[in-house]
Design a protein around this ligand. Sequence first.
Ligand SMILES: [Zn+2]
Ligand SMILES: [Zn+2]
Length: 357
Amino acid sequence: MYNAKAYSAASATSPLASTKINRRDPTEHDVQIEILFCGICHSDLHAVRNEWSNIMPTVYPIVPGHEIVGRVTKVGSAVTKFKSGDLAAVGCLVDSDGTCPHCKDGLEQLCPNQILTFNSPDKHLGGVTYGGYSESVVVTERFVLRVPSNLNLAGAAPLLCAGITTYSPMRRWGVTRGKKVGVVGLGGLGHMGVKFAHAFGAHVVVFTTSLNKKEDALRVGADEVVVSRNTDEMQKHAGSFDFILDAVSANHDINAYLNLLGRDGNLTLVGAPEKPFAVSAFSLLFGRRSVSGSIIGGIPETQEMLDFCGAHNITADVEVIPIQKVNEAYERLLKSDVKYRFSIDMASLKSAAGSKS
Ligand SMILES: [Zn+2]
Ligand SMILES: [Zn+2]
């Protein structure tokens, strides 16, 4: 066991502050990673403030962060895929049973015994797992990913959650050249969805509530931008989409989007609105349309996504911040005041010893 610098929150109402945590010494299957960048995901904020208390109550202190990119500093004797000095990444998962049908299919994100990167039982040290707002992390090789060396590392970090969350459903629903794809909401998730759909060769339409996002949407790869409040504009697209990615976390009416789907069209939710919403049966009956949900992706697909990003030079649009600005960043996140993801430069943690948050 060794000490690592980190940022943690002591309660649902405490700010994140500098601390020290225990990390295990790498076992034979482990990879030790010096963390270079960690993205800030909205789930970090939900967990820190215990806003998902009835699904996954937060154990304090919490060290959030599951968009981790870094450099390997040590490997166990049985590790074969990594060596010291390699770039490496860790996403939302750090372990699973490896034996259930989902794990056997490489769908570890659906494993009933998955271990999340933070706030999950830590079978090595007891207590809960600590995430990426830290100078280092130790993870079993099976959950460590390779990072293409051409990618900007600050922008690559969000690929580990926002990237795979949008890549996976597009692959599952066959987004490819010639398809018409809608993306609802241009934020951390949505802007990645647009980049992937564009890279897959689809015709991409972004739905937004504010026209001032138009230029940005076009810049990240949209072919068209539709203001969702404009019913005439919406009606022009009725029955024409193959796939719509709904990345909105606020409560909203999805029927307006279902009606834009063509035959066998699918709308996949990747946001998590708090309240259940109404779905008109007629929106689904006509056209055999469907609504699905999707959550991150398995380890093989996450690697595939990173390799795809390497080949197409795709990263998230990030604002790099020092860890000392993390609490301010959370407040800005609540106002969607970021284009489109914060990425914490972990070098700042080294200079943060003993300083206040
Ligand atoms: Zn996340
Ligand atoms: Zn499993």
